[in-house]
Write a protein that binds this ligand. Structure first.
Ligand code: ADP
Length: 370
């Protein structure tokens, strides 16, 4: 009786095309390195292979007939497992990570591939899953996370501490500008001032990146028209904005629940680029901003008639410190901030650009439900 498969169930439509005989199929399952568990719709174990017994430390007889969610799943994962059972009942398979509670009380990380099992009438009668141990992968993942966090803390501290002396140099350069009369010396002061402003922008952007990556999301209801107004006012210098012909269309009364600071950084950097990369050879420099409800969240479209982005660098523009135009005076961090911000908010970003015609960013961000 040990390791005897129950009547071979009918696999869901995607697996049905196999021409393996039942016998070969059973031998294959027995020989697999991955654990295999087959259960009915009430989580009762109908079959496990040898590898699953080794994985859990239980014997075949100790497993079959028992409700697996009662003793193999750690408490915190039980709710997730309930959602998996519902998925299977709807005929849907998926892949997910799960901690299995071994007989000796140890927790083992596994990657599960679960599929629904149907009878001849295509009624879902249970589910089958393969379980691969991923303990080492999880340990490496944890180590990498810690290193990454250490690196972010280092960048944050360094940028934060450097801003003090940078602010002093900025102040001194401003003072020197008013006191020094010699044109050559004034020219040097001007160059120092430009460099120190650039350094300040890099430090500000680095701080923004670490904040986005490390800080927890703080949700609030955001009045989008007010937010856009304050972003436009914070564009610096304002003269650059005033030289543009821009249209702002924000859906009337649109309130959106998300992280205001991150959302603001995303919109600010995108608009900033439309201004920075305007095409001075064109009579009118245009950018349009549209924000409207989209699915469970909002869609932001920023469209300009600027210099456009060469096709060969489309893939690179979201990279850290990447600057695509020789005369770019930016830090090369703007779109990196945008990408990280959008990802943190669970959204997506899409860019279309044609050299000399213009660039369009479409950003979708879902509402964050607490
Ligand atoms: P930068 O500080 O150089 O502006 P970003 O990360 O903001 O860095 O953008 C990366 C590059 O993508 C820019 O250097 C530029 O080449 C290109 N780019 C971004 N937005 C636009 C735009 N609206 N129009 C043209 N080029 C753009």
């Amino acid at each position: 009786m040990r390791f005897l498969l129950p009547e071979t169930p009918k696999a869901s439509s995607r697996q049905r095309s196999t021409d393996l005989s039942d016998e070969n199929f059973k031998r294959l399952i027995e020989a697999m390195h991955e654990g295999v568990l087959y259960s009915d719709n009430n989580d009762k174990i109908l079959y496990v292979n040898n590898s699953f017994c080794e994985l859990t430390g239980y014997s075949y007889d100790e497993l079959v007939g028992r409700i697996y969610s009662d003793f193999l799943i750690a408490g915190k994962d039980r709710i997730m497992m309930e959602s998996k059972v519902l998925l299977r009942k709807e005929g849907i398979g998926d892949q997910y990570e799960l901690q299995i509670l071994r007989k000796n009380g140890e927790l083992v990380w596994t990657m599960v591939n679960g599929i629904p099992i149907q009878d001849d009438e295509e009624k879902v009668i249970g589910s089958m899953g393969t379980y691969s141990v991923i303990t080492e992968v999880k340990k490496t993942e944890k180590r990498l996370k810690a290193i990454n966090q250490e690196l972010n803390t280092f960048i944050y501290k360094l940028s934060h501490d450097l801003r003090g002396p940078v602010a002093s140099i900025k102040g001194l350069a401003n003072l020197a500008r008013t006191e020094i009369l010699d044109p050559e010396s004034l020219n040097y002061i001007e160059l120092i001032s430009k460099s120190v402003h650039r350094l300040d922008s890099i430090l500000t952007d680095l701080l923004e990146i670490v904040r986005i990556k490390e800080n927890a999301i703080y949700t609030e209801s955001i009045a989008m028209e007010t937010l856009v107004d304050s972003i436009l006012h914070s564009i610096s210098p304002q003269e650059d904005l005033k030289k543009m012909k821009f249209t702002i269309r924000v859906e009337a009364g649109l309130n959106f629940v998300s992280d205001k600071k991150i959302l603001s950084a995303v919109i600010h950097n995108t608009i900033d680029n439309s201004i920075k990369y305007k095409d001075s050879t064109k009579d009118v420099n245009i950018f349009d901003l549209v924000i409207c409800t989209y699915h469970t969240g909002i869609r932001i479209i920023v469209d300009d008639n600027g210099v456009g982005i060469p096709y060969n660098i489309h893939e690179k523009i979201f990279d850290m410190f990447y600057r695509g135009h020789i005369d770019s005076k930016g830090t090369g961090l703007g779109l990196y901030i945008v990408k990280n911000g959008v990802e943190k908010l669970g959204g997506s970003i899409h860019m279309e650009s044609e050299p000399e015609i213009g660039t369009k960013f479409v950003i979708d961000i879902p509402t964050i439900f607490n």
